[in-house]
Design a protein around this ligand. Structure first.
Ligand code: SAM
Length: 229
C-alpha cells in the first residue's frame, strides 16, 4: 500500500511538472488551444470555483482571514480569493504549477498571496479556511481519510474539499472509459465514496455545512464545506 501511494505521488508530481502542466495550464486559462473535452472540463471546473467564491462572498468580510489552498494548480481559486481581500498561502506538489500560479498573481499585481511547492501532507500552520479542490482524484482510496484529517488539522474554522464521487454511475462510466477520456488518463484517477470523506471530516470535529455537485459531460466534482463544531 505504502509503496503504491509513494509511486502514485512521484507519478503525479512528474506528470504535473511536464505534459500535465502543459495540458492543465491550457485548460485553466482562456487559451483556445483546447479540444472539446478539455473545454467541457474547463467549464465544469469554472463552475466549481464559482460556487466556492459565492460561498465565501456570501459569508461577507474576508479582510484579515487566512486561506490555505492545497494543490493550488495555477491559482484558479487562490487568485480570486486574494482579490477578495483574504490572505492566501497556496501550494502545489508541482513546481511548474506553483510557479505559474505565482507568475499569474504577480502579473495581476496581487500582493496578499504566496505560492510555494509542497506536497499537501507537508503543509503546516493554522488557517481560517483550508481548501483542496479537485486534488483527491490523485489520492488512492486508502490514503483519503488521512489526507482529509491532515487538511482538518490545518483549519481553524472550515475545510472546503472537492472530489470525484464514487457512485455506481461514475464507476460504470470509468469502467467503459468514458470518464476522464482526455488529460486525466495519463495518471491514475480515483473516485471517492462520499461517506468516507464525511466520516473523516466528522472524526476531525467538522460538520458539513454546505454541499454542491457539479457535472458536465466529462467533469464530475462533489464539493463539501465543513465547519469546525
Ligand atoms: N486545485 C486546483 C484547481 O482547482 O484549479 C488544481 C486542480 S488539478 C486537477 C490537481 C492539482 O493537484 C495539480 O496541480 C497537482 O499538481 C496537485 N496535486 C496532486 N497531488 C498533490 C499533493 N499530494 N500535494 C499537493 N498538490 C498535489
Amino acid at each position: 500500500c505504502l509503496q503504491s501511494s509513494v509511486d502514485d505521488k512521484t507519478e503525479v508530481r512528474e506528470y504535473f511538472n511536464t505534459e500535465g502542466f502543459n495540458r492543465w495550464n491550457k485548460i485553466y486559462s482562456e487559451s483556445d488551444e483546447v479540444n472539446s473535452v478539455q473545454l467541457d472540463i474547463r467549464t465544469g471546473h469554472d463552475q466549481t470555483i464559482q460556487k466556492i467564491l459565492n460561498w465565501v462572498q456570501a459569508d461577507g468580510d474576508n479582510k484579515g482571514k487566512t486561506f490555505c489552498d492545497c494543490g493550488c494548480g495555477v491559482g484558479s481559486l487562490a487568485i480570486p480569493l486574494a482579490q477578495m481581500g483574504a490572505k492566501i498561502s497556496a501550494s502545489d506538489i508541482s513546481d511548474s504549477m506553483a510557479n505559474e500560479a505565482a507568475r499569474r498573481a504577480k502579473e495581476m499585481g496581487i500582493k496578499n498571496a504566496k505560492f510555494y511547492t509542497s506536497d499537501l501532507e507537508s503543509v503546516t500552520g493554522k488557517y481560517n479556511t483550508v481548501t483542496c479542490v479537485d486534488v483527491a482524484i490523485h489520492y488512492p482510496t486508502e490514503k483519503m481519510s488521512e489526507m482529509v484529517g491532515h487538511l482538518c488539522s490545518l483549519a481553524q474554522d472550515r475545510v472546503i474539499i472537492s472530489f470525484a464521487p464514487k457512485t455506481w454511475y461514475y464507476v460504470f462510466l470509468k469502467k467503459i472509459g468514458e470518464l476522464f477520456p482526455g488529460p486525466s488518463k495519463t495518471t491514475r484517477a480515483y473516485l471517492h465514496e462520499e461517506e468516507v470523506v464525511r466520516q473523516a471530516l466528522s472524526k476531525a470535529g467538522f460538520e458539513v455545512a454546505r454541499d454542491e455537485m457539479t457535472a458536465t459531460n466529462f467533469y464530475f466534482s462533489r464539493l463539501l464545506e465543513a465547519k469546525r463544531v
